[in-house]
Design a protein around this ligand. Structure first.
Ligand code: C2O
Ligand code: CU
Ligand code: CU
Length: 518
């Protein structure tokens, strides 16, 4: 284990006793909409729109256990992928692939996933958006040490969390609305570099409400995991301080605490891919899995108006009714479930998904090529799902969470309410079943994520919810110097959970808080 874990982990264990000084609410990147610095690739960038879009394979259960849960096995291992044509990139992969296998699941069908760690580094798996009991949620100190590590290594780390060697079984009740979830590494202080090396995959939940809708299915339903990366001269993923190959992961360097941005955009692990589509309606499950990059996605058509996005769902479920957008702003951790109708375009049209927030190479995302006419019986339903409004009790917000730059002693970092992550001190004890109003206040941009249950955005500043806030959210894009109020209600599972910034470098630099449900 590196000194870095002891540094921030140890400070956390002191209970945040160190005095903290918050700096003024401004910083580099504030005007660009998000914070972060670009790491430049040391290889020539590949030609855009050449590599076909990969679709991650669907995980297959290996059986059913005594409780009726479907059992899956995942082996986390190092493997090489051809991401840039002709080059080899080592990845830390679930089953050795990036993105990991997609879990395609049904509401109410519980599953057990046995994760085996054959990587050289400890890991923690979190199901983002999962309504999961605390002991299976992926607490950042519930480490799984690599297979073969000795028990006294475990005992050494055992003071920090529930540390095991080799394997851990995660039980997911999976009793939640149809939605696009994702799973990723969540080890304290190392989430950024671990996710960057490949530890992320989709977990889709389906239900009867969604089954009854005339939505595009099969090949016309695509999960799209969007992230940015930089590449070193040997084709490996470049990350600041990552100079020891795959044998270890460095933590986030102080100079990169704003966030690591890459100059290559990957979709499902391929650089600026192209996908051939029917002239028909498609359902795209957009996920921003980037460490720190925020995108403004637009579908451009040569010589024509942009193709609109029809949003049908957000992070944690379907909307009540579809919502049309010309652009979609998507922050790290967020998902947008959208329909795109290619049937309005002539065969041969090339539709480019661009990122209007970046003037450089990250300004392009991927391309669709309309290649054939095809029948289409899908429709955009006028009503999608019942969305129960969370009715907040009268009065002021219950709790305020301030997301600020802050230093602990002479170490730089990020804080929530002036403290850095402390696994043993809860910033909020919440009664199950009660609706509360939470206020998120930022200095610079912070995408705020809450574990266990989704929330609903009530207002931004003095206005109503923003254009991208509809429905059940588990991550909200809080822009610089903004105040966002959300209604939140936790159910079913009592225990220790998290609120944190989903800019992974901010998260690793301690912008994470323990909360407790009672
Ligand atoms: Cu996607 Cu606590 O994380
Ligand atoms: Cu999460
Ligand atoms: Cu942040």
């Amino acid at each position: 284990m590196t000194a870095r874990l002891s540094r921030r982990g140890f400070l956390g264990m002191l209970g945040g006793a160190a005095a903290l000084a918050a700096l003024p609410a401004c910083g580099p990147g504030a005007t660009a909409g998000s914070t972060g610095e670009v790491l430049t690739s040391a290889v020539p960038l590949p030609e855009r729109f050449r590599v076909p879009l990969p679709v991650p394979p669907v995980a297959r259960p290996v059986g059913v256990d005594g409780t009726g849960a479907q059992v899956y096995r995942v082996t986390q291992r190092v493997a090489e992928a051809e991401i840039l044509p002709g080059m080899r990139t080592p990845v830390l992969g679930y089953d050795g692939i990036f993105p990991g296998p997609t879990f395609d699941t049904r509401r109410g069908q519980p599953l057990v996933v046995r994760h085996r760690n054959e990587l050289p580094v400890p890991t923690v798996v979190h199901l983002h958006g999962g309504h999961t009991p605390a002991e299976h949620d992926g607490w950042p100190l519930d480490l799984v040490l690599p297979v073969g590590r000795t028990a006294d290594r475990a005992a050494h780390h055992g003071m920090l969390g529930d540390v095991v060697v080799g394997e851990r079984e995660h039980r997911y009740p999976n009793d939640q609305r149809a939605a696009t979830l994702w799973y990723h590494d969540h080890r304290m202080d190392f989430t950024g570099p671990a996710v960057y090396r490949g530890l992320a995959g989709f977990h889709i939940v389906r239900d009867e409400v969604e089954d009854a809708l005339p939505l595009p299915r099969g090949e016309r339903e695509l999960p799209l995991m969007i992230c940015d990366r930089a590449f070193a001269a040997d084709g490996s993923f470049a990350y600041p301080g990552l100079d020891q190959g795959m044998r270890s992961l460095p933590g986030v360097e102080d100079d990169w605490m704003e966030g690591v941005l890459g100059d290559v955009v990957l979709v499902n692990g391929a650089p600026w891919p192209v996908h051939e589509v029917d002239a028909a309606r498609y359902r795209l499950r957009l996920l921003n899995s980037s460490n720190a990059r925020r995108y403004r996605l637009v579908l451009t058509v040569p010589g024509g108006p942009d193709l609109p996005w029809v949003q049908i769902g957000s992070d944690a479920g379907l909307l009540a009714a579809p919502l049309e957008h010309q652009v979609i702003d998507i922050a790290p951790g967020e998902r947008f479930d959208v329909l795109v109708d290619f049937s309005v375009l002539p065969v041969g049209t090339e539709v480019t998904m661009v990122n209007a927030l970046d003037p450089g190479s990250a300004g392009r995302v991927m391309r669709f090529r309309v290649v054939r006419p095809a029948p289409d019986d899908s429709r955009v339903p006028a009503r999608l799902a019942e969305v129960e409004p969370l009715v907040p009790p009268a009065g002021e917000p219950h709790r305020t969470f301030r997301f600020n730059r802050g230093d602990v002693g002479d170490h730089r970092g990020w804080t929530i309410n002036g403290t850095s992550f402390d696994p043993d001190t809860s910033l909020a004890d919440i009664r199950l079943g009660e609706t509360e109003v939470w206020r998120f206040v930022t200095d610079v941009h912070h995408p705020v994520h809450v574990h266990l249950d989704p929330f609903q955005v009530l207002r931004r500043g003095t206005g109503g919810p923003g254009d991208f806030d509809a429905g059940w959210k588990d991550t909200v894009d809080v822009r610089p110097a903004e105040v966002v109020d959300v209604a939140v209600r936790f159910t079913d599972h009592a225990g220790r959970f998290l609120v944190h910034c989903h800019n992974l470098e901010h998260e690793d630099m301690a912008m994470m808080a323990t909360i407790r449900t009672l």
